[in-house]
Design a protein around this ligand. Structure first.
Ligand SMILES: Cc1cc2nc3c(=O)[nH]c(=O)nc-3n(C[C@H](O)[C@H](O)[C@H](O)COP(=O)(O)OP(=O)(O)OC[C@H]3O[C@@H](n4cnc5c(N)ncnc54)[C@H](O)[C@@H]3O)c2cc1C
Length: 383
């Protein structure tokens, strides 16, 4: 039987950062994952994820994103690799949009650098994008795109170098009363630990069906990459920011062409329910058509551009989009970390820090991350 101080189950961005911080504290950690870190099935397995600070009036996530921006910067600096592209993050909206105004006020309130762009300024700065009508925008100069899959590997690898043991096993749903002594694995093994952290992303409802079966909602999300014309660098990271388009009711967002993968476009609207183990990852023709139509409108020079790549991933939503970072209500040595809800990647470092503090009995508890705050009815309020 394997044994350690802390078994972290799930080597996505949340689990990898939790393991990293715990090993730094000198704990013996096992970092367990059924498919390995940031696999094609995991939510952290995408090539890029946006790091932005704007969350409307929601200062909690703005402050967390700022803390993570700092921690990602320190971590990435040590890797010596280009794993963050500081493209800036553009949030565009109809003139007078309340959400944009709230973001502006929140950024100003926490001292986050940002610029306000008028419609004219927006067109002058980013002529490759076309916004018709009365629009305005804000630009966060320090934000950009994280190279998500590779970063998750780097964090898991840094945890390994600091002493964490990577384990490739499927952990079975835990059984116990008051305390968990060990978990079983699908290969017939057992793993004992003083503390267990389940950072299983969209799988959390399978691991805790009774507790989370109606509290975590994995939804199918489709992502499209369009190829720029040969020799045309206007859609690359040197000339374009990551962007969120609030003028589109589906809430479009995207990432410039990084490492020649194509201009990434997706919609933040939740898709159908999705099984992360068995779900097929083929995009639908209907959604590809919608993305194509959007790209032709917003980026006229890409009208007719070929789809060069596509992905199907899943969000692991909570009822309102708040994370769940809390102790199991019945098992005193079990912690749950997840509910990234389509916006969690950027927060990986701060989530890891928060959970490591919780486990050590340090820091303040954020009521919004409590399991008890999660509802069965879906009413999204965090964007
Ligand atoms: C299309 C898309 C776009 C997104 N865009 C952004 C963005 O721009 N910015 C942003 O900040 N966030 C974004 N997100 C959200 C972000 O990617 C997720 O919130 C984050 O990656 C979740 O990480 P996680 O570690 O909780 O889960 P995961 O990465 O899914 O990791 C969970 C891990 O647990 C393992 N596991 C599960 N069950 C078991 C078990 N029983 N035994 C062993 N291992 C197990 C799995 O194999 C998996 O590796 C996006 C998500 C998607 C899908």
């Amino acid at each position: 039987m394997r044994s350690c101080d802390v078994a972290v189950i799930g080597s996505g961005v949340f689990g990898a950062w939790i393991a990293y911080w715990l090993t730094k504290e000198g704990r013996r950690v096992a970092l367990v994952d059924a498919y390995g870190a940031a696999s094609s099935r995991a939510s952290s397995g995408g090539e890029t994820r946006i790091l932005r600070l704007s969350y409307g009036a929601d200062e909690l996530y703005t402050r967390m994103a700022m803390r993570s921006l700092e921690l990602w910067g320190e971590f990435i600096g040590r890797t010596g690799q280009a794993l963050f592209r500081r493209t800036g993050a553009l949030v565009a909206a109809a003139a007078g949009d309340a959400g944009l105004r709230a973001s502006r006020e929140a950024l100003a309130g926490v001292g986050a650098p940002h610029e306000e762009l008028s419609a004219g300024e927006l067109r002058r700065r980013f002529p490759q994008m076309r916004f018709d009508g009365e629009v305005e925008a804000l630009l966060e100069p320090m934000s950009g795109a994280l190279m998500a899959r590779r970063l998750t590997h780097e964090v898991a690898e840094a945890a390994r170098r600091a002493g964490a043991e990577p384990v490739r096993e499927l952990v079975e749903p835990p059984e116990g009363e008051r305390r968990l002594d060990a978990v079983k694995t699908a290969s017939g093994g057992r793993m004992s630990a003083e503390i267990f952290v389940f950072a299983c992303g969209p799988w959390l409802k399978k691991v805790f069906p009774r507790l989370l079966g109606d509290r975590i909602f994995p939804t199918r999300q489709e992502v499209f990459f369009f190829g720029a014309p040969a020799g045309d660098a206007r859609f690359g990271a040197a000339q374009m920011p990551v962007w969120l388009d609030r003028t589109d009711e589906r809430l479009a967002y995207g990432v410039p062409d990084i490492e020649q993968r194509g201009l990434k476009v997706a919609f933040d609207a939740h898709g159908a329910e999705f099984d992360p183990d068995s779900g097929e990852r083929l995009v639908s023709a209907g959604a590809a058509g919608e993305a194509r139509e959007y790209v032709a409108r917003r980026f006229p020079a890409l009208c007719g551009a070929p789809l060069v790549e596509s992905r199907v991933c899943q969000y692991e939503n909570t009822s309102n989009g708040d994370f769940v970072l809390d102790r199991h209500p019945e098992l005193e040595n079990v912690w749950i970390a997840g509910g990234g809800s389509g916006h969690g990647f950027k927060h990986g470092p701060a989530v890891g820090e928060y959970v490591a503090d919780l486990i050590a009995g340090r820091g303040e508890r954020e009521p919004r991350f409590a399991l008890a705050a999660k509802r069965a009815a879906r009413e999204r309020s965090v964007y």
